[in-house]
Design a binder for this molecule. Structure first.
Ligand SMILES: *Cc1c(COP(=O)(O)O)cnc(C)c1O
Length: 402
């Protein structure tokens, strides 16, 4: 490939051009029927996405952030609770926790999977919490508040290690809400049950985002809650629509958080392609693994045998991350950082009182990760070009050192 080739980070144009007629028909149908909010198209999408995730219920909402917030409130998380999650995520995870009135508390990630470390979760529950003798409730020593739930994040499209997390949750009576916003279609193997389960079907409820760049993306904002729990489903349906099950009969205050009919129609079209798109992402990831595997100082993603990731992102690690990113940018290859500052060190969370050094793995990883171009239509020659540039960079930096 020539040296002027631009490689984008994602391609949000080609798939839409390929589906242009079908997607255009969705708009036309909405325009001619006047059904913009709710209605049969939203319900059809909900039924199909529930089936895809292997759950009984799916409730379409306005965004992944709404999905997380509604799932948490419907699961009973309330003001002054403590909710456990990871510092290596998008801020929406902790925003949703805070917006229920609860406090986020962090567990460090595993150095290889970049997801919640279940051993550290165990250690936290055993040493950083105690059971109140009078009430029997689990209290965080740090916050002095009730610990009521865990939000594992399936980051980069790979599920967290759910079996031990769910076991600990069961032992300590904690609710588990999956942040599956990056993991549509990802799978996890339960050894005890001897079966694979889809992201979004493992906790009490789960949140998905249909932000355009996600594996299943709308042409605008969108999200969904999935659950097998009828009561959680009923509550989320009410929260998204001002706390009403019937028009103007408000059982509680809710939100304006609905999925609109045009987005639902678009998502129905795209849902028919997601299995293929996820396969394409996996194929691209394995080619990257091959191309980059032998390069000194480059760590490629780790895929444990108990996961089938969907590679929302393809994230490598290197000590010279900033220089490598600059080199890519000079060579017109777009990259990303997911995420450059761990949540506990964000200004927004100063009030939580965490300091540098509190979550060493998240902090180290944040300074070394680099997300390479990844999307279903990425071509092998583009990937070879990316690999060539990394090799060039590594060679130049060793020459400069010696
Ligand atoms: C995208 C994302 C969200 C939020 O989804 P929105 O639809 O943008 O509100 C939450 N958590 C994670 C991990 C995400 O990647």
């Amino acid at each position: 490939m020539s040296n002027n080739t631009r490689i984008p980070f994602v391609d949000l144009i080609t798939p839409h051009l390929e589906l242009k007629e079908e997607l255009g028909a969705i708009f036309e149908k909405a325009l001619s029927s006047g059904r913009f909010i709710g209605g049969p198209v939203v319900e059809e999408f909900e039924t199909e996405f529930a089936k895809y995730c292997g759950v009984k219920y799916c409730i379409g909402v306005a965004s992944g952030t709404d999905a997380l917030r509604f799932a948490l409130i419907a699961a009973g998380i309330k003001k002054d609770d403590t909710v456990i999650t990871v510092p290596n995520s998008f801020i929406a995870t902790t925003e949703a926790i805070s917006q229920t009135g609860a406090l986020p508390e962090f567990i460090d990630i595993n150095e290889r999977t970049y997801n919640m470390d279940s051993e550290k979760l165990r250690e936290y529950l055993e040493t950083q919490c105690y059971i109140d003798n009078d009430t029997g409730r689990l209290i965080s020593k740090r916050t002095g508040r009730d610990v009521t739930s865990i939000v594992p994040v399936h980051l980069y499209g790979q599920t967290a290690d759910m079996e031990p997390i769910l076991e600990l949750a069961g032992k300590y009576n904690l609710v588990v809400i999956e942040d599956a916003c990056q993991a549509h279609g990802a799978e996890y193997f339960f050894k005890k049950e001897d079966q694979w389960r889809k992201a979004g079907s493992m906790g009490l409820a789960a949140a998905f985002s249909f932000y355009p760049g996600k594996n299943l993306g709308a042409c605008g904002e969108g999200g969904a809650v999935t659950t097998n729990d009828e009561e959680v489903a009923r509550k989320v349906r009410m929260f998204r629509d001002h706390g009403q099950a019937k028009k103007y009969i408000h059982e509680m205050e809710g939100y304006n958080g609905r999925l609109d009919a045009i987005q639902a129609g678009i998502l129905r079209v795209k849902l028919r392609h997601i299995s293929q798109w996820n396969e394409d992402r996996r194929r691209n990831a394995y080619l990257y693994n091959e191309l980059l595997g032998g390069i000194d100082g480059i760590i490629t993603p780790y895929e444990p045998s108990w996961t089938k990731p969907v590679y929302h992102l393809y994230v490598i690690r290197t000590k010279n991350r900033d220089e490598l990113q600059r080199y890519f940018s000079e060579n017109h290859i777009a990259t990303g950082l997911h995420y450059p500052i761990p949540l506990h060190l964000q200004k927004a969370y100063e009030r939580l009182g965490y300091r540098k050094g509190d979550f060493p793995v998240s902090e180290r990883v944040a300074s070394e990760i680099l997300s390479l171009p990844m999307y279903p239509g990425l071509r092998p020659e583009q990937q070879s070009h990316v690999a060539e540039k990394i090799k060039e960079f590594v060679l130049n930096s060793t020459l400069n050192v010696s």
